[in-house]
Write a protein that binds this ligand. Sequence first.
Ligand SMILES: Nc1ncnc2c1ncn2[C@@H]1O[C@H](COP(=O)(O)OP(=O)(O)O)[C@@H](O)[C@H]1O
Ligand SMILES: [Mg+2]
Length: 240
Amino acid sequence: MTTAIAARPALSVSRLTVNYGLARALSDVSFDVAQGSCVAVLGANGAGKTTLARAITGLVPLREGKVLLDGQDITGWATHRIARLGVTHVPAERMILPGLSVLDNLRAAMRWAVPRNGRAAAIERAFERFPVLGSRAKQLAGTLSGGEQQMLSLARALAVPPKLVIADELSHGLAPMLVASVFEALAQIRAQGSTVVIIEQFVGAALELADEAVILRRGELAWSGPASVAGDQLAANYLE
Ligand SMILES: Nc1ncnc2c1ncn2[C@@H]1O[C@H](COP(=O)(O)OP(=O)(O)O)[C@@H](O)[C@H]1O
Ligand SMILES: [Mg+2]
């Protein structure tokens, strides 16, 4: 998704191949993501979307292929090293500390990355972005509704502005109002300069935000092109 004269891509994956045991989950997948852009990764259940996120963030080993971040080869790096380069992965499973309050969850997410004197402002920003969390600051995270826990998980991930955020099916199972806040938050993060990879099984809002789209099918890159036409492609050809 870069042209010959474009700047170095924020993310470049080439020929990614991942096996789980003998089963191939991702096969020879290549694409680029331009700096500051948003790419939607689409495809039916089991197409390999989550595996792609895990491969980029070092959570599964590559059988073959390469991952470049800002031109730097991070293939085979450990997840924590990749995270330190500013890559935030928001997995579908909620990443919260259920025994801590909402406020303490946010504080914990910032502990290593935001200087002490910047934390109050960062927490205020998080509550502006997700008012539902602000009104429940003292509540134990484990007692939030599923949707609210998902918000908190995203708020934690975005507490430190990432260079690249990979959001894996965040809208899954959320009420429509919360889906809207998820996409609003991703749009804001992108407006602040982050590059965004949105993984979704169902398309709607993801394609409104995205510039480009990639469609996976049975572990292979089946189609890539402008987000504006990806929905029709997906519906017509790739949802089985
Ligand atoms: N930990 C695992 N062990 C074995 N097979 C897996 C594992 N995770 C995913 N798979 C398989 O890999 C394929 C791709 O899965 P996944 O990346 O989760 O797809 P998606 O996120 O698009 O639904 C599926 O066939 C799935 O069953
Ligand atoms: Mg998945």
